[in-house]
Design a protein around this ligand. Structure first.
Ligand code: NAG
Ligand code: NAG
Ligand code: NAG
Ligand code: NAG
Ligand code: NAG
Ligand code: NAG
Ligand code: NAG
Length: 645
């Protein structure tokens, strides 16, 4: 027989590969109470990593460390607002390139548990829901509300088709897809909504994919969170009675695999509250119990990462989360290997073979030292530049969504209608500052109004004086009933008995100005104005990476000795909020990919209160060790630790 021509061989090869791909299956075996992968019983050990909290530059490093801990799978949330920041403006490139993230996981041989939303909680702004949903003020989020469903439908019809090729049965890494999140903890209890999502997901992903839900391990919580057709899983942390917790899953799923979708390896933080730490011993004990049960376990978080920019969420009563999402997880915020990592790896090693080969080492950190910043102008001085469209005029205040600004800062300005010679309380109806207002009169700072905390401020001033409230959005509530969290001034402002009217509202595009080089494009701004020293203002400086030292730039952490609260950018990258005056976070993580050796690295700081470093010097310092657990500045009132249940 003549040899087959080359092209036929290629065709044959393709057909064989195709047949192999067609054999890929991932299913629930109800009788065997397990998953089945390619027909064989399968149990996964997984860890959470949010691609939105780790720079793309480090995806592979973190995923490989997870692989080398013995994980079969990773789990990630998909934050809708990260990809659709404005209606129908979709972002899927750079750090938002979820397909590249999934591909990287796949290349490393990691499976993926995809938590597709639309709502995710996640200590992420508004639980991942885009703030523009609030344009109709009465919208009922996470329900069959027609406007809400229309937006969900539109988003999912863009997003889910991108996921389809990544499903396991289509040759990709995604084994299961979560619908909604802890819906049983929400007040709407709308089965039609869950049913709508199920149909929508099936329509885009097909009938084979395993869809599931996650709720707290309690029958009361599972009641409103589950639906026939969506496999019900539970979440619980160390110290829980594992038998009892899985019995509650059995209430919804009498048969099928046991799954803990969120086994807490640590816990979240809030500004002004003690840093959360969870003991390795407790984690190891419960993890071991669950694995001995044959349960599927996802560790939340395996690496927490960072809330860069303005992405942190908040709990209620209002308590925003800090920039670091370290979570006391087995891999630190900066991806460092910890004792917890190795202890977990040892437990996993009792149940399966850990991959051989080196674990990627902890990345080196470098202390670049102190740099002095120069003061530029105040925010008020720069209004024309920061708000190129000019202010919006309104008799009464408008909120952020009404002026189509979703994050950051809006400045509200009016004039005093008369002389206020005795200290007169400035306030808002019903706690209407969301979330902090930095108050000045003719540029002179008067103090801060803060949601739930500081509701009155005494001021004096002359008729016609400019009253400015620079209002900061500190992050939208991500959990519970109140995540329709409007920002800005959401009610009227009163001064004594007078309701203040005739506002100029300046939505501020600070990030664009910083990205385009505050100090380069506007050299004239280098002259600080004569206004009072403590009004919200910009500070800039730069530093060179030392030459002659190999492997620089390296990761680092930045400290703000003497500074109070603000936002920081390096080379235009928004690193997040700093607030050492409140803590517990003191340093911010600076990943090396934003630094360069080929030019000065430019630091821009927006300090909202006081940068009093003494002697008129404005110093920031790069150090090689993070501090996330300072004990200064804690709220005296005791917040009850927010439980997921
Ligand atoms: C754990 O829960 C199971 C089922 O409810 C119960 O039988 C057992 O006594 C509990 N164990 C402990 C240590 O409380
Ligand atoms: C406010 O006080 C100034 C004196 O400080 C006076 O000249 C002016 O008429 C007063 N304005 C009003 C509106 O009462
Ligand atoms: C405002 O001043 C009044 C007296 O004029 C005083 O009773 C009140 O405590 C002050 N309030 C604040 C918040 O300082
Ligand atoms: C302010 O008060 C006016 C008049 O009572 C009212 O019409 C308006 O809705 C209020 N605005 C806000 C933002 O509360
Ligand atoms: C506000 O009005 C009340 C009642 O009319 C009056 O007693 C009070 O003095 C007023 N307060 C101010 C600050 O003008
Ligand atoms: C920092 O700013 C300087 C001008 O002040 C510019 O030459 C340099 O390229 C900037 N550095 C980076 C990394 O963009
Ligand atoms: C903060 O964390 C560091 C590093 O883990 C630890 O050495 C230190 O004791 C902690 N400090 C406080 C106040 O908890």
């Amino acid at each position: 027989m003549a040899p087959l021509p080359q092209s036929l061989l290629v065709l044959l090869f393709l057909l064989v590969s195709l047949a192999a791909a067609l054999q890929r299956t991932f299913e629930i075996d109800y009788d065997g109470s397990c998953f089945r992968k390619d027909g064989k019983p399968f149990r996964y050990i997984s860890g959470s990593i949010h691609y939105s909290r780790v720079p793309r530059f480090y995806w592979k490093d973190r995923l490989l460390k997870m692989k080398m801990a013995g994980l079969d799978a990773i789990q990630t949330y998909v934050p809708w607002n990260f990809h659709e920041p404005e209606p129908e403006k979709y972002q899927f490139t750079g750090d938002q390139d979820i397909e590249a993230f999934l591909q990287t996981a796949n290349d490393l041989g990691l499976l993926v548990v995809l938590r597709a939303g639309p709502y995710i909680c996640a200590e992420w702004d508004m639980g991942g829901l885009p703030a523009w949903l609030l344009e109709r003020e009465s919208i009922v989020l996470r329900s069959s509300d027609a406007d809400y469903l229309a937006a969900v439908d539109k988003w999912m019809s863009v997003f889910l088709p991108k996921m389809k090729p990544f499903l396991y049965q289509n040759g990709g890494p995604i084994i299961t897809v979560q619908v909604e999140n802890e819906y049983g903890s929400y007040f709407t209890c709308d089965y039609n909504y869950l049913r709508y999502l199920e149909n929508l997901f099936r329509q885009h992903l097909g009938d084979e994919v395993v869809l599931f839900t996650t709720d707290g391990a309690g029958i009361g919580l599972l009641k409103c969170g589950t639906l026939q057709g969506l496999y019900a899983t539970v979440d619980f942390g160390p110290g829980t009675n594992v038998t009892a917790a899985f019995l509650s899953q059995r209430y919804s799923e009498p048969r099928g695999p046991l799954v803990n979708s969120e086994f807490y390896t640590g816990w979240l933080d809030h500004w002004g509250q003690r840093h959360s730490v969870v003991s390795t011993q407790a984690i190891v004990k419960t993890l071991n119990e669950m694995l001995a049960f044959g349960a599927n376990v996802n560790m939340y978080m395996f690496i927490g990462g960072t809330n860069f920019g303005y992405w942190n969420g908040a709990n209620s009563p209002y308590a925003p989360q800090p920039t670091s999402y370290d979570y006391d997880a087995p891999l630190s915020e900066a991806g460092d290997l910890t004792d917890k990592y190795f202890a977990i790896r040892d437990v996993i090693g009792k149940y399966k073979r850990i991959p051989e080969g080196p674990i990627p080492p902890t990345t080196p950190k470098y202390a670049y030292g102190q740099i002095a910043l120069e003061k530029l102008n105040t925010v008020a001085d720069l209004l024309n530049t920061l708000c190129q469209g000019g202010p919006i005029k309104s008799v009464y205040p408008l909120n952020f969504v009404q002026v189509k600004q979703y994050f950051g800062f809006v400045l509200y300005r009016t004039t005093l209608p008369k002389n206020y010679t005795v200290p007169t309380p400035l306030s808002t109806f019903l706690n209407g500052v969301r979330d902090r207002a930095y108050v000045t009169i003719d540029g002179v700072p008067q103090g801060v109004l803060e949601r739930d905390k500081n509701l009155f401020l005494n001021i004096t001033g002359k008729a016609g004086a400019a009253l400015d409230l620079l209002v900061e959005n500190l992050g939208r509530v991500n959990f519970g009933r109140y995540n329709n969290d409007f920002k800005g001034l959401v009610s009227n402002v009163t001064l004594g008995n007078d309701t203040l009217k005739n506002w100029l509202i300046f939505p501020l595009d600070i990030d664009s100005l910083v990205i385009h080089g505050l100090q380069n494009r506007y050299p004239a701004l280098r002259r600080p104005s004569s206004t009072a020293p403590l009004a919200p203002a910009f500070y800039v400086g730069s530093f060179l990476i030392p030459s002659g030292i190999p492997d620089l730039p390296q990761d680092t952490f930045i400290r703000f000795p003497g500074w109070t609260k603000g936002q920081i950018w390096i080379n235009g990258f928004n690193l997040g909020r700093y607030w050492p005056a409140r803590g517990p976070q003191v340093t911010l993580f600076v990943p090396r990919h934003i630094l360069t050796t080929s030019a000065p690295n430019n630091v821009t700081v927006l300090e909202l209160e006081s940068p009093l470093n003494g002697a008129g010097k404005y110093i920031v310092e790069f150090v090689d060790t993070p501090v996330l657990n300072a004990t200064l500045g804690f709220d005296t009132e005791s917040f009850k630790l927010l439980s997921k249940e």
